[in-house]
Design a protein around this ligand. Sequence first.
Ligand SMILES: *[C@@H]1O[C@H](CO)[C@@H](O)[C@H](O)[C@H]1NC(C)=O
Ligand SMILES: *[C@@H]1O[C@H](CO)[C@@H](O)[C@H](O)[C@H]1NC(C)=O
Ligand SMILES: *[C@@H]1O[C@H](CO)[C@@H](O)[C@H](O)[C@H]1NC(C)=O
Ligand SMILES: *[C@@H]1O[C@H](CO)[C@@H](O)[C@H](O)[C@H]1NC(C)=O
Ligand SMILES: *[C@@H]1O[C@H](CO)[C@@H](O)[C@H](O)[C@H]1NC(C)=O
Length: 333
Amino acid sequence: MLERAMILVLSLSMIEASIHTHPFARFEKTNIIDYKCDKSWIIEIFETRNIYNCGLKCNEFADCRRFLFCETKSKCKLYLDGTDCILRGDATGCHCFKKLISCNGTKITCPWGFYGDNCEHIAKDCEDANSRGMTSHQSVVTRIKPLEAPAFDVWCWLKIPTSVTILNRYQQCSTEDFNRTLQEYEQGFGIVPWDNWLGFDKTLQVINSQKSLKLHVHFTANDWKKCSIYYNDFNLGNASTQYRFQTTSNYETDSRPTCGDSITGSNNTLDLRGRPFSTYDQDETSNGCAAQFGGGWWFADHPNCTDGFLTAKEYSENFWKNSFWGPNMKNKL
Ligand SMILES: *[C@@H]1O[C@H](CO)[C@@H](O)[C@H](O)[C@H]1NC(C)=O
Ligand SMILES: *[C@@H]1O[C@H](CO)[C@@H](O)[C@H](O)[C@H]1NC(C)=O
Ligand SMILES: *[C@@H]1O[C@H](CO)[C@@H](O)[C@H](O)[C@H]1NC(C)=O
Ligand SMILES: *[C@@H]1O[C@H](CO)[C@@H](O)[C@H](O)[C@H]1NC(C)=O
Ligand SMILES: *[C@@H]1O[C@H](CO)[C@@H](O)[C@H](O)[C@H]1NC(C)=O
């Protein structure tokens, strides 16, 4: 449960403040999560003994949407996005706050995805949020609210503003259990933007209205080398077809070297096209693929199950078998 009490309200008046340049901010206390590693984008770290200085600074920086203050270390960290803070180990004396609205005198800022004079509206998808001012950033945690669903956080990857991230993996930090039931795969799990699966319910809400879809698989290595592969005419069935994976045409890539294709299968034996989604409690294969490999996926009906298994708990042989990195991929991600 998220603690809803708002305890940090800064109401400042500067001597030169006029009606148009009145600095103010409202923050909400959020949670501190004990997690293996933090990939948050830090804007600034500085020393202060007073939590209010931390809030003031976050207000000053329009880009700051969240901060972490630790009394014992007299340290303040300002972040670009997100709701909760990640801290490994003992969090005694630390406090995490999310900015709900602020004005530094010239500019109103809302959490990503919110907009309006009082941050009262929520964007309906990443594209909508992007058109309201996220363009200067590569990717941020964003709140969206599709027409017929409650609001939720997604990782908006703004290189392609119309996209939505349905699965995020950080092999180095992976602690999430992907060996879950179909119901959990429907609802989604994990923490955005760390290891997480958005869930079929939310994914279908987001892609509902879109006519032409492309599935992107994108890898970034430790040394920042990247590759991408796109599956055209992608579509996702609903519950009645157990979320069938559909793409009519083949893949394409614009990266050099390419990622290689581990989904449509070089020999059509491990072609995942047209396959329903399998979990250990609702396996659609004759080989118990989901329980065997420990994750939900669109497994082929073949003893080898798949060559591309991005929900693997940790790096496995078949994580992305036809990668140009080959067996070295394990050391790369
Ligand atoms: C308020 O934030 C904007 C955008 O970051 C910045 O350009 C401006 O200088 C800031 N104003 C003050 C008074 O800090
Ligand atoms: C699933 O999709 C089919 C065809 O698009 C539609 O006829 C059916 O009503 C949908 N079922 C559910 C459970 O949403
Ligand atoms: C590809 O298919 C051919 C003929 O169906 C078969 O002989 C060969 O072993 C297959 N290769 C792989 C890697 O599955
Ligand atoms: C996945 O979970 C199921 C059910 O708990 C279990 O039977 C299976 O062994 C697990 N698979 C792996 C690889 O851990
Ligand atoms: C299945 O796996 C075995 C053992 O790794 C391999 O020899 C065989 O070529 C694989 N078949 C396919 C169709 O991938």
